[in-house]
Design a protein around this ligand. Sequence first.
Ligand SMILES: Nc1ncnc2c1ncn2[C@@H]1O[C@H](COP(=O)(O)OP(=O)(O)O)[C@@H](O)[C@H]1O
Ligand SMILES: [Mg+2]
Length: 409
Amino acid sequence: MGTTHLLGLLLGTEEDWSGAFEALLRRADLDISDGGDRHRFASERITIEPFNLRAQPRYALVIDRLAHWYFVPREWLKKIALMDDVYLLNNPFTFQSMEKHAAYCAMMRLGLKVPDTWLIPHKEPPENERFPYTAARYNRPFDLEEIAATIGYPLYMKPFDGGAWVGVSRIDRSETLRQRYNESGQRLMHLQAEVENFDVFVRTLSIGAETMVMHFEPGRPLHDRYAVDHDFLSPAAGTEVVTIGRTVNAFFRWEFNSCETLVRGDDVHPIDYANACPDISLISLHYYFPWAISALLRWSVFCAATARRMRVDLDLRRWFEIGDSERSYGEKLAEYRRLSDDYFSVDAYAEFCERHLGHVHEVVVDYVRSPEFDRLLVDTVTGAFPPHEHERFVPHYRGLLAAWADDQR
Ligand SMILES: Nc1ncnc2c1ncn2[C@@H]1O[C@H](COP(=O)(O)OP(=O)(O)O)[C@@H](O)[C@H]1O
Ligand SMILES: [Mg+2]
């Protein structure tokens, strides 16, 4: 007897991480006795279809990779969160309403070192018959170059809700500013001060209570952006980037998110941290891919087995009380870390993993060394690169994944 928890995967075009997740769940063959109950787990790819708002979903938890652009499943996610207490990675409510802009505002209020940022009205206004009248009455003329001069060059122009580098440009003089603004059309843009001459670009990926800190090289091609690098930050900066990533996540209830920070000297500047459908492809994560998939498995299993409640509501006041206080930056960070570790049940999670998921690591290493994983790797790499590059990239990825497996011994 006991419960079989069904983990739903809401997928778009991704086959790599989902295939690996399914293989790991099968191989781990979990059978957990906790609190007098027996827990088993299965996963299923969710299909899109009409739904009755009163229908009972079969899922205990859903990992969503689709709802940010496809609104049928997005509305289904809201229904199953509000009506059925299904656990979601991620919270679609904040994901929809809190875009990059809101995340900047929130983290500025918490006192993080977000570069100065301005929101600029659209180049091409919304198509609405009321606009001409409204604009004539209320829109103030503004001098774009004056704003840029206030911020100082070089600066970045980027969409207020951006993602995937679309529409991002670095601007070092007024002619380019004017040109980029004209090109921005109907996209609402920010201007943001550049963090110049930073020492290191750090990208953290958080999955529930786990955070991986990675050295990122944004200028390199996609397959080469994550460097396999271990001691590239001082311990203090390492703790700080983890705290910042977790703070964002606990604040917005995002449990699967990446956070980009630029470290210059002792200062850590967060620049992009509203990525609640983060890139976890084998092609970009390579060495870190096994960690990401196994963290997804561990966190999903923990949430389902312990009946962790999905939190739709935010308790912003608790954060703002700290942010608005007279505490020093370091004291605020320590408080945020306490709140976020508490939100993510960091200690209970560690204990659960140790007690029930101790064998998973070995399962992952065996899987990564298996012909089954090699087929997934080859399919993924040959699907991602043109034929003439297969000969180069298949061994390249095999080497990185073998290095990961060797490092685990
Ligand atoms: N304020 C900044 N200072 C320095 N570099 C920046 C800044 N903002 C953006 N960039 C650069 O531009 C890239 C894309 O900007 P980002 O805000 O991350 O947008 P996206 O959401 O599209 O990833 C970053 O990865 C970084 O290399
Ligand atoms: Mg980014």
